[in-house]
Write a protein that binds this ligand. Structure first.
Ligand SMILES: [Zn+2]
Length: 200
């Protein structure tokens, strides 16, 4: 996990949004390989092992053929410059390495990526989380891409709308979302693109 992502993490328990305290055991080149994240509200401890933060033993997504290439996804998320974070959930993480090249300077947060996904070693741009919700602070991410099985799951869609910055985009695979916090911009090829409304 990229150490600076710590500032954007939250405890996934349904209590007030609060930061997590990182107790790192092994950090190299700004990547935390081993350690713990503690919640000051409920006292839960989340483990970081082999660079992966384990918020929950979430199942890997079903089916992981990359349905859109990185250039296509980069166009859908519409990021105009470097900085900040983009979240790739489930099978969307298949395109992570190519996407990192397509959106330089944007750090990637991979949530429940397919098991066995090959990532470049020692790349601080990648953080891997396993979780049953998005353990990220509200209005903290520049884009969220929801892969197969997540893009049509209402709980994940509304969580994506929560964490993305107002006016920025959530992209999903599956049927059109009905979340009030999102304004649908386009649908094509089984994917949808929406922007977070500023009032949400
Ligand atoms: Zn907590």
């Amino acid at each position: 996990m990229f150490i600076e992502l710590t500032d954007h993490l939250r405890c996934p328990e349904p209590h007030e949004e609060q930061y997590l305290v990182l107790l790192p055991d092994d950090v190299e080149h700004r990547i935390v390989r081993r350690g713990e994240l503690g919640c000051p509200v409920c006292g839960r401890i989340y483990h970081l092992r082999d660079g992966v933060v384990e918020f929950a033993a979430a199942a890997a997504p079903r089916g992981s053929a990359a349905p859109l290439d990185a250039a296509g996804l980069a166009a859908l998320v519409g990021l105009g410059g470097p900085g900040g974070y983009m979240v790739l959930v489930g099978s969307a993480a298949d395109a992570a390495t190519e996407l990192a090249a397509a959106v330089p300077g944007v750090a990637l947060v991979l949530v429940n990526p397919p098991h066995g996904l090959a990532l470049p070693p020692d790349a601080p741009a990648f953080s891997v989380l396993r979780a049953s919700t998005l353990p990220l602070k509200s209005r903290s991410m520049r884009a969220v891409v929801l892969g197969r099985g997540f893009g049509d799951a209402p709980a994940w869609v509304s969580d994506a709308a929560r964490v993305v910055l107002p006016g920025l985009r959530v992209v999903g695979e599956g049927g059109e979302p009905s979340d009030n916090g999102l304004e649908l911009l386009a649908t094509a090829g089984g994917w949808w693109v929406a922007a977070r409304t500023s009032s949400a």
